[in-house]
Design a protein around this ligand. Structure first.
Ligand SMILES: [Ca+2]
Length: 578
C-alpha cells in the first residue's frame, strides 16, 4: 500500500473510531440504566411464587413476567461471603471474607473487606453514578459499644453516598443491633412501630424520591428477611393462616410439581429425600404456625419491592432501571433456640428489665429483653412472630424452602448455593417471562454493572494497593438471548465444603468441619441430576482428577487455603443431617 493510501486509511479509521466513540457517548448519556440489586437473606431456591413457593410474591412475580429468570444462578452459601462477593465481583476469600465477620488472621479470613478489592459503588461512582445502600452490610466487624469504633469499612467509606441499615448480620426486626444512618449509629426511629423490613423499603423509596435524575444511580437493597428470628407483623401472618397445616412432606411434593410446571427445574431434577416424616413432628400446629411467620416475612419483603417499583414508575425511571433480585444462601437449618426442649428466655430468667430510653442504642444480635423490658422467649412451644420471641423456622421447613435440592445454608451442594435471579429492565431486556438456564454467579453482578455503566474497573485502590482482576462475566448477552461465553469454571469453598462447576459437571464435597476433616469428592452431571442424587465419581475418575486439580489451583490463587477444618477448633456442635 502506498504511503498516501496508508494515510487515507489511517484518517478514515480514526474518523470511524471518533464517530463510533461519539455515538457511544451520546448513547451512553441517554441509556446508562439505573441499577438496583435486591438481596434477601436465608431463603430457599423455590420460596418465591415465580419459582414455585407458597409465598404470595406478586411484585417479584411481575418482575419475572416482565423480565428474565435465571434458573441456575449461584451464591456462596452464606451471608458474609455472599455480600463480599456480590459487592466486589471477586470470590469472597479474595476480599478477605471467606468465612464470617471474625478475624482469623489468615488472608482469606479477616472478616473485613480488604483494600485489594473495589465495591460496585467504588467503581460506579467515578463513572458518574449516585450510590445508595440500604439494609444489612455484614462485610466488616460488628460493634458492641461506641468506644474505639472503627468505621473504615462502613458503606460511606466504601463508595456509597447514602446508607441506612445494620452493620452486623441478623438481629431483631423490631430493634436491630448496629442500626446506622449514613455514618452514625441510631436507635430505631419510632420504636413502637418499627419493623426493619419496612424501614428498609421506606429508605429505598426515600433515596429514589430524593435522587437527582440528572445522574443514573446504583442502589443496593439488602433485606434481612427471612433470616431468623421469625419476626413478622400480625396482619401479614394472618394471610397465611392454615397455609402450611398440610406439613412439609405434602408441601414439598406440591411445590415440586409447581416447579416442573413453571419450568424452573426439569423433570431430571428429582425430589431429594426429606429430612423427617411430618407425622413424626413433635407438635404439628406449632410447626405450621412458625412457617406462617416465615411466609409473612417474605410477603412483607415483596410488598416493599412493590413500593420500590412504584417509586420508580412515579418518577418515570422504571423503564431504564435494571432490577436484579437474588438471595444470599439457601434455606437455613440452624435451629439452636427452637430445639431447646422447654420454653425459656434468652436471659435465663423471667425478670423484666428497665425499659430502654428512646435514644438508647441496641448493639446485640440477640437482645435479652424487648425495648419495653419484656424478657425475650425461646424454646419448644414458643410461637414465633412477636418482638419478645427469638426463634428459627427449623431444618424441615428449610428442606421445603430448598425443594427439590439437598442440604442448606453453609453447604455448597445445590440446596446451599442456588438462588433465583430475576432481571427486569424494560428498556434493555427484550425477553419477557422467559427462563435463562445458563449458569451464573454473584461475581457476574460487578461485571454486569461495569458493562452497563461503561465504568472502568480499577487496577489499584485509592491507597495504591493492587486490586484483584474481576472474576465474573457480564450477564448482558443473556438479556439478548446470547451466550455468556464464560471462560472459567465457577468455584466454591465454605467451611471446608468445596465445589467446582464446569459446564454441566459439578464436583462437590461436604466437609466434616467440626471433626477437622474434608470430605470425599462427589461428581454430578447437573443436566441429568440437578438434585445431586447419583454420584458418578467412581465412574469418571479422570474427570474427578482434572476438576479437583482445577479447584486446587483456584484455592491456591484465591486466598482459600488453609481450609477451615485445619484452623477451626473442634466443637461439640453437630452438623445438620443430610
Ligand atoms: Ca444469609
Amino acid at each position: 500500500m502506498s504511503s498516501v493510501a496508508t494515510r487515507h486509511c489511517v484518517v478514515f479509521c480514526l474518523s470511524l473510531f471518533a464517530a463510533t466513540a461519539l455515538l457511544r457517548s451520546v448513547a451512553s448519556a441517554a441509556e446508562r440504566p439505573n441499577i438496583i440489586v435486591i438481596l434477601t437473606d436465608d431463603m430457599g431456591f423455590s420460596d418465591i411464587g415465580c419459582f414455585g413457593g407458597e409465598m404470595e410474591t406478586p411484585n417479584l412475580n411481575a418482575l419475572a413476567d416482565g423480565g428474565l429468570r435465571f434458573t441456575q444462578f449461584y451464591n456462596t452459601g452464606r451471608c458474609c461471603p455472599t455480600r463480599a462477593s456480590l459487592l466486589t465481583g471477586l470470590y469472597p476469600h479474595q476480599a478477605s471474607i471467606g468465612w464470617m465477620e471474625t478475624d482469623h488472621h489468615l488472608p482469606g479470613y479477616r472478616g473485613d473487606l480488604n483494600r485489594n478489592c473495589a465495591t460496585i459503588a467504588e467503581v460506579l461512582r467515578p463513572a458518574g453514578y449516585a450510590t445508595y445502600a440500604v439494609g444489612k452490610w455484614h462485610v466488616t466487624h460488628p460493634f458492641n459499644s461506641l468506644e474505639g469504633l472503627s468505621k473504615h469499612n462502613w458503606p460511606l467509606q466504601r463508595g456509597f453516598d447514602r446508607y441506612f441499615g445494620t452493620i452486623r448480620g441478623g438481629g431483631s426486626y423490631f430493634d436491630p443491633g448496629n442500626l446506622v444512618s449514613d455514618n452514625e449509629p441510631i436507635p430505631p426511629p419510632d420504636p413502637e412501630h418499627f419493623y426493619y423490613t419496612d424501614a428498609i423499603s421506606d429508605h429505598a423509596v426515600q433515596f429514589i424520591d430524593q435522587h437527582d435524575a440528572q445522574k443514573p444511580f446504583f442502589m443496593y437493597v439488602a433485606y434481612t428477611a427471612a433470616h431468623w428470628p421469625m419476626h413478622a407483623k400480625p396482619a401479614d401472618i394472618a394471610k397465611y393462616e392454615g397455609r402450611f397445616d398440610a406439613g412439609w412432606d405434602q408441601l414439598r411434593e406440591e411445590r415440586y410439581d409447581r416447579m416442573l410446571k413453571l419450568g424452573v427445574i426439569g423433570p431430571s431434577a428429582k425430589l431429594s429425600p426429606h429430612v423427617k416424616d411430618w407425622t413424626n413432628a413433635a407438635d404439628q400446629q406449632w410447626e405450621a404456625d412458625g412457617m406462617e411467620v416465615y411466609a409473612a416475612m417474605v410477603d412483607c419483603m415483596d410488598q416493599g419491592v412493590g413500593r420500590i417499583v412504584d417509586a420508580l414508575r412515579k418518577r418515570g425511571q422504571l423503564d431504564n432501571t435494571l432490577i436484579l433480585y437474588l438471595q444470599d444462601n439457601g434455606g437455613c437449618q440452624e435451629q439452636g433456640n427452637k430445639m431447646r426442649p422447654q420454653p425459656t428466655t434468652v436471659a435465663g430468667n423471667d425478670n423484666p428489665a428497665p425499659p430502654m430510653g428512646p435514644d438508647e442504642l441496641q448493639f446485640a444480635l440477640t437482645p435479652r429483653h424487648t425495648r419495653d423490658g419484656r424478657p425475650v422467649r425461646i424454646g419448644h412451644g414458643v410461637t414465633p412472630g412477636p418482638p419478645d420471641t427469638y426463634m428459627e423456622y427449623g431444618i424441615e421447613w428449610a428442606n421445603l424452602s430448598n425443594t427439590p435440592f439437598r442440604l442448606y445454608k453453609h453447604f455448597v451442594h445445590e440446596g446451599g448455593i442456588s438462588t433465583p435471579l430475576i432481571a427486569h429492565w424494560p428498556a434493555g431486556i427484550s425477553r419477557h417471562g422467559e427462563l435463562e438456564p445458563q449458569p451464573g454467579h454473584l461475581i457476574d453482578v460487578m461485571a454486569t454493572c461495569v458493562d452497563l455503566a461503561q465504568a472502568d474497573y480499577p487496577g489499584e485502590s485509592a491507597t495504591g494497593e493492587p486490586i484483584h482482576p474481576a472474576e465474573g462475566v457480564s450477564l448482558t448477552p443473556a438479556f439478548r438471548g446470547e451466550s455468556l461465553n464464560r471462560p472459567n469454571p465457577i468455584f466454591w469453598e465454605h467451611e471446608g465444603h468445596r465445589a467446582i462447576r464446569v459446564g454441566d459437571w459439578k464436583l462437590v464435597s461436604r466437609a466434616r468441619t467440626y471433626q477437622g476433616k474434608t470430605g470425599p469428592w462427589q461428581l454430578y452431571d447437573l443436566s441429568r441430576d440437578r438434585s445431586e442424587m447419583n454420584d458418578l465419581a467412581k465412574q469418571f475418575p479422570e474427570r474427578v482428577n482434572e476438576m479437583s486439580a482445577q479447584w486446587q489451583a483456584w484455592a491456591e490463587r484465591a486466598n482459600v487455603l488453609p481450609l477451615m477444618p485445619e484452623w477451626r477448633p473442634k466443637s461439640k456442635r453437630d452438623e445438620a443431617a443430610d
